[in-house]
Design a binder for this molecule. Structure first.
Ligand code: B12
Ligand code: SF4
Length: 463
């Protein structure tokens, strides 16, 4: 086998993800697999989602591929480094890609990894693989765009950037047959009563939110044609019979004309599959929302982030609180549920901004919202801004960007209380308005405890 592709996500090891139980296979890895197969390479996929690290080790020892290729994001870094070390000890070459490694390529190379792929993996691996396989020790890979590697003199070389794929329709669909999609659907159905399959209609986002990682696609935006997407949906439905889809696009309605064209194309084929997607409130015109409803959109997630315009502007979100509230009304009026992502703890956020967020959540009344505390991801403007204040006690191999704290920011304990207050206070308001007074009283108690905790922990700062 020329290449065994894998990733560092083992569901059994992740208590949080098991609670959520909404697993998807990594689409990017499957895109790389289908592209390379089409180029004539023999490619295997070890999908660790429902398997273990030991099974990965046994698979590599059994198959002895020429190269192992690992997808890595900030959460899976620890496992990916363990997997790479295992391959290196077995004498198997390792190449890594995905959003995380390019930002600290030298660290990965220092651990025996042969090359870090920067950006899209398809064309780069097709060029790099034959060199790694046939001339593993004669390392002059400087002609291969989009990699970082150590040359024969042990010098780290970063080659010129790889041009992005121009025609997404010309790419094969992700190689879903290389993984066990029915097992994913079963996991979903066991936990939620319905099963979901993911796909994407586009790559990249041209917006510039300061905390968002765009290490793979930069600020590009390219999309597939509506007919090509509808062909894939039709195939997924016939092959796997999912109950819903998830379009993983960064901003699904970025181009309202596309959503309209996709709705027309699907109607022509009498295809209507419920789905979830993510978008921005400023890309939700009446027209776009009509098309979403025609397509069968069940829930749209908005990156609302904050109810304070000051904080949104500091994030460079380029959206107003009113746009979020207006978009939410439009969607709910068409029977589409709204989910919101809320971020606490961004730079310069004060308790009055948190209050503004609670007020905003009460006014807009999303069907569901998820809170997270801001963490600076390497390679983003936010990370560059606060770099000097990052603190972590773990060695590089073990620390993810989520383990760092920020000197001068309120403590993690404060944000634990703030999330409790925010979630309970919004729940209290909702129960009260629905006449569920007992539940409102219980939520009020939890909200009060959160408020008290915030007051007690609010004076402390991370040293
Ligand atoms: C869908 C998604 C999820 C889903 C599903 C993940 C999955 N298994 O597919 C869920 C909700 C579970 C998720 C969770 C998280 N996610 Co997420 N997610 C995404 C999202 C929106 C789309 C991923 C995708 O399919 N992209 C499309 C494919 C085509 O792109 P790609 O995966 O990058 O693949 C290309 C290249 O990376 C490369 N490549 C891929 N694999 C390989 C392998 C090799 C060997 C090589 C050489 C190259 C290569 O080639 C591919 C094709 O060109 C991205 C944003 C984005 N636009 O990519 C964020 C993103 C990947 N997520 C991110 C984050 C932070 C998370 C979480 C940590 C959030 C959290 N909960 O705290 C968790 C981590 C969970 C985990 N244990 O892994 C960040 C990663 C940042 C970073 N530096 O690591 C991103 C980039 C969002 C962002 N802009 O900040 N996520
Ligand atoms: S957060 Fe969303 S809109 Fe902002 S840059 Fe990232 S993908 Fe684009």
């Amino acid at each position: 086998m020329d290449l065994l592709l894998s990733h560092g996500y083992f569901l059994a090891e992740d208590a949080q993800e098991r609670r959520v139980m909404k697993p998807y296979p990594p689409l990017g890895l499957l895109y790389v697999a289908s592209h390379l197969k089409r180029c004539g390479f023999s490619v295997g996929v070890f999908d660790g989602t429902f398997r273990s690290f030991d099974e990965f080790r046994a698979e590599v020892a059994r198959v002895r591929p020429s190269v192992v290729g690992l997808y890595c994001n900030l959460m899976t870094k620890r496992n990916v480094l363990r997997m790479a070390a295992e391959c290196v000890s077995l004498g198997v070459r390792v190449v890594v890609g995905g959003p995380e490694p390019p930002t600290e390529a030298e660290e990965y190379l220092a651990r025996g990894i042969d090359a870090v792929v920067v950006g899209e993996g398809e064309a780069t691996l097709a060029e790099l693989l034959p060199l790694v396989i046939s001339k593993p020790t004669k390392r002059d890979w400087s002609d291969v765009a989009g990699i970082v590697y150590r040359n024969e003199s042990d010098r780290v070389v970063r080659t010129r950037p790889r041009a992005l794929l121009r025609d997404l329709d010309a790419q094969p669909w992700p190689d879903r047959e290389a993984v066990d999609i029915p097992a994913y659907l079963e996991a979903w159905r066991g936990a939620h009563g319905f099963g979901s399959v993911s796909l994407t209609t586009a790559r990249g986002c041209p917006f510039t939110c300061r905390w968002c990682s765009r290490s793979v696609f930069g600020e590009s935006h390219r999309r597939r044609s509506a007919a090509n997407v509808a062909d894939e949906v039709q195939w997924i439905v016939e092959r796997y019979r999912p109950d819903q889809l998830w379009y993983v696009d960064d901003v699904f309605t970025i181009h309202p004309g596309f959503v309209r064209a996709l709705a027309d194309e699907m109607e022509r084929r009498s295809l209507r599959v419920p789905f979830e997607c993510i978008s921005r409130a400023d890309r939700l015109s009446e027209d776009a929302v009509d098309a979403l409803a025609r397509l069968g959109c069940k829930r749209l997630w908005i990156g609302s982030e904050s109810g304070s315009q000051r904080v949104l502007d500091a994030m460079d979100r380029r959206v107003t609180v009113e746009q979020v509230q207006h978009g939410t009304r439009l969607l709910q009026a068409r029977g589409i549920e709204v989910g919101m992502f809320i971020m606490l703890g961004y730079e310069a956020e004060e308790p009055e901004d948190l209050q503004a967020t609670v007020d905003h959540l009460k006014v807009s009344s999303p069907d569901v919202f998820l809170t997270t505390v801001a963490y600076p991801i390497k390679g983003t403007p936010y990370h560059a801004e606060v770099k000097g204040r990052l603190r972590t006690e773990r060695p590089w191999e073990e620390a993810t960007d989520r383990d760092v704290t920020l000197a001068g920011r309120r403590t993690p304990l404060f944000y634990r209380f703030a999330r409790q207050w925010m979630e309970s206070e919004v729940a209290r308001d909702r129960h009260w308005r629905a006449g569920r007074y007992l539940r409102a009283a219980r939520a009020a108690t939890r909200a009060g405890a959160g408020r008290l905790g915030m007051a007690l922990a609010g004076g402390q700062r991370v040293p």
